[in-house]
Design a protein around this ligand. Structure first.
Ligand SMILES: *Cc1c(COP(=O)(O)O)cnc(C)c1O
Length: 296
């Protein structure tokens, strides 16, 4: 089977009094609409990885993640769609949750692993799948040069030029891909990374290892809201308000933090009048299922 999806990811303008008042324009690229489950950057990251697996005649995808990993779920759904077997190796003791339920529903086999052993993923893979010639290693979060290559294609789809592009960062693979796309297309666009971790400065090394040429980009380290998957009442109310005002569903782990950053920077006059900004909706809305209790 040929591994590709027709990409439907329109760019839409977000209207808001703040942006009108400041004379700036915010647009959002709807990568969340690419697929209901293999959503956003997760599809872009998997595309060439899956093609590589297929080229090597491997029919069993093995990947890694935490118990709420969007990447695990996307891999499970992509495996089902394109005819692979899939195993997810989960960090920590056995749990059940909505994400893992959906992984299993798509046929993914789950293996829970001690956190210490989980650290060395290649070693763990070699040990568990020594006898499985079909097994194909996919790193946690889909972090790989192929993943960055898939993400760089987002830039080719743009028909307009923006002063800024904003994207949330976990492994930094998506950011690296978009930066590579900006470089390749010679765009005057400034890339802005929003790491979702506390002390996210390390993301620079993670991004830089997948860059095809050195590049300047902005890192905004103050929008982590306490750390990975941490929230504050302020962030939760922003996510609710954004969803109510736009009809576009976002979540507090990635896209909520990234959009909050744009609104906050706009309010603080970070952008000159006339600035055009593109936010990447990187998908991941199933992550809301692990956050329901925060919204009460
Ligand atoms: C995984 C994920 C990210 C992070 O992507 P990286 O390439 O790992 O930086 C961003 N947004 C959403 C919605 C995600 O699910």
């Amino acid at each position: 089977m040929h591994i590709s999806l027709d990409i439907y990811s329109p760019v839409q303008q977000i209207q808001n009094d703040l942006f009108t008042f400041k004379g700036i324009q915010l647009y959002i690229k709807r990568d969340d609409l690419i697929h209901p489950v293999i959503s956003g950057n997760k599809w872009r990251k998997l595309k060439y990885v899956l093609q590589q697996a297929q080229a090597k005649n491997k029919n069993h995808l093995v990947t890694f993640g935490g118990a709420y990993s969007n990447h695990l779920l996307a891999t499970a759904a992509a495996a089902a769609k394109f005819g692979f077997k899939a195993t997810g190796i989960i960090r920590g003791e056995k749990v059940e949750n909505d994400t893992l339920f959906l992984c299993k529903l798509h046929g993914m086999e789950l293996i829970f692993t001690d956190r210490e052993i989980y650290r060395d993923k290649p070693a763990l893979f070699n040990k568990l799948f020594a006898d499985d010639e079909q097994a194909f290693f996919i790193d946690e979060g889909g972090a790989s040069p192929e993943g960055a290559k898939g993400c760089s294609e987002l830039v080719n789809e743009l028909t307009d030029t923006y002063h800024h592009i904003f994207c949330a960062c976990g492994t930094g693979t998506t950011a690296a891909g978009i930066i590579n796309g900006i470089t390749k297309n010679n765009l005057p666009t400034q890339f802005n990374a929003i790491p979702v971790f506390k002390n996210g400065g390390f993301i620079k090394d993670e991004i830089d290892r997948f860059l095809t040429a050195t590049a300047n980009y902005a890192l905004h380290l103050d929008y982590h809201f306490g750390g990975y998957a941490k929230t504050t009442p302020q962030l939760i109310s922003f996510v609710k308000q954004f969803t109510v005002e736009t009809g576009i569903l976002i979540e507090p782990i990635y896209t909520g933090k990234m959009l909050y950053a744009i609104y906050d920077l706009a309010a603080k006059d970070h952008f000159a009048p006339g600035t055009k900004i593109l936010a990447i909706h990187s998908g991941g809305i199933w992550g809301l299922l692990g956050m329901k209790d925060k919204f009460i």
